[in-house]
Design a protein around this ligand. Structure first.
Ligand SMILES: Cc1ncc(COP(=O)(O)O)c(C=O)c1O
Length: 413
């Protein structure tokens, strides 16, 4: 194929990859080219066994005793502490709980309550919908708050003394653009505002250092790069310096200082536990624990380096072989300003994505016209990227995407 190296040359890149054995931690169908780990991570080999163990031995044999014997009660903190090093946090600053959406709600309300007298929640238009919807929902609770949206490039200058909290996604779900966490956090602090970072597309994909950036609060999901499985529980981060002052508005019993006192009076737990709400989803956490364990002994710097190489080769090959087919790159080229997926706008993005999937190349589509390909450095091979581009070229040059069956949209696109 014109402009592309031959497969033997690409396989040499995989042979030389110091991270190549990490793929063995996952169950990936042999014929599938999976470029969607940024939506749903692959199944870690250890997960099925671990969930089965939690069901059969822990639940089956130990029943209610599992809360103590199998430390179910400590699961949210235990797995939170495993996530902590991946995002530059201390073990006691991260807890697994609820969904990203619910965690956003808890942290936005907590931040507003800690900044009384200020009325603005600041975000960017086109942020992930749940972030905008939850922030909007909070401002409609009748406390006189309002949501203000300004483009990411204008965020810093838009933070003033009325801003209570800034809510931003670190790596944008559509474009893959990465915001400057340190600079924006510093700008928020300079005006006395708090900041919440959504790490859904960062955690486990790129290097994140919440402490180096002096971040206040963060949320993220468990099912993308953390490989926790469909609907995996999410996590939240609260910097230790805020533990004593911030309070969750969802004052469930698991956030109580002594849940088993069964007292009528709510007293928040001292540390991050106060951001727990109800009973933790033990089976979901069992899967997430194995998902996060796939990062054992893995250095985030080397993962980031591999993600960069995958990205630049994919882009080089798409430009060489599909240059005339109308793809518009919307992800920044500069590695320091992007995450680990690559996105192209194309007027026929939906049928193109379906045609790829029909040929076992799984990426995803984001309305109205974005084709998104996730590069998961734990298990994506250079050969996968090469095969994906070869398939894309074939679909484009022969208009194989142009079929009614590829235009049908289901509930999930
Ligand atoms: C940036 C971002 N935030 C939040 C979510 C989803 O939140 P939840 O897990 O509550 O559905 C996603 C899902 O793709 C996302 O990309």
């Amino acid at each position: 194929m014109s402009g592309l190296p031959d497969l033997a040359a690409v396989r040499k890149l995989d042979d030389a990859d110091p991270l190549k054995t990490l793929r063995n931690r996952f169950r990936l169908p042999e014929t599938l080219i999976y470029l969607d780990g940024n939506s749903l991570g692959a199944l870690p080999i250890a997960s099925a066994q671990s969930v089965l163990e939690a069901i059969e031995r822990q639940w089956g044999n130990n029943l209610i005793g599992g809360w103590t014997k199998d430390d179910w009660i400590g699961a949210s903190r235990r797995v939170g502490s495993m996530i902590a090093p991946l995002i530059g946090a201390q073990a006691h600053e991260v807890v697994v709980a609820d969904s990203t959406s619910v965690n956003l709600f808890k942290l936005i309300v907590a931040a507003l309550q800690a900044r009384t007298g200020r009325s603005t929640v600041l975000t960017e238009p086109g942020n992930f919908p749940t972030d905008v919807y939850i922030a909007g929902g909070v401002t409609r609770l009748g406390q006189g708050h309002h949501l203000h949206k300004v483009p990411a490039d204008e965020i810093v200058e838009s933070i003033d003394e009325d801003v209570a909290v800034v809510v931003l996604t670190h790596v944008h779900y559509r474009t893959g653009r990465k915001l400057d966490m340190a600079a924006i956090t510093a700008a928020a602090h300079a005006k006395g505002a708090l900041i919440i970072w959504d790490l859904c597309h960062s955690a486990g994909a790129i290097e994140v250092d919440l402490h180096a950036c002096d971040a206040d609060l963060a949320v993220g999901c468990g099912y993308k790069y953390l490989n926790g499985g469909p609907g995996a529980p999410a996590f939240l981060f609260v910097a230790e310096r805020l533990h004593a002052t911030l309070q969750s508005p969802l004052t469930g019993w698991m956030g109580h200082q002594a849940p088993f006192d069964f007292s009528d009076d709510y007293v928040p737990a001292r540390g991050i536990d106060r951001f727990l709400c109800g009973t933790p989803p033990i089976l979901g956490i069992a899967a997430l624990e194995q998902g996060v364990a796939t990062f054992d002994q893995v250095n985030m710097k080397s993962l980031a380096a591999k993600s960069e190489s995958l990205f630049s080769l994919l882009l080089e090959w798409v430009e060489a072989s599909c240059g005339e087919h109308g793809f518009e790159l919307i992800t920044p080229r500069d590695a320091s300003t992007r995450g680990s997926h690559i996105s192209f706008n194309h007027e026929h993005a939906f049928p193109i994505c379906q045609a790829l999937i029909a040929r076992c190349v799984v990426g995803d589509f984001r309305a109205p016209n974005t084709l998104r390909l996730g590069l998961t450095p734990l298990y994506t091979r250079f050969e996968d990227v090469w095969r994906a581009v070869v398939t894309l070229e074939e679909i484009m040059s022969e208009r194989k995407w142009d079929k009614d069956e590829y235009r049908k949209r289901g509930r999930v696109t």
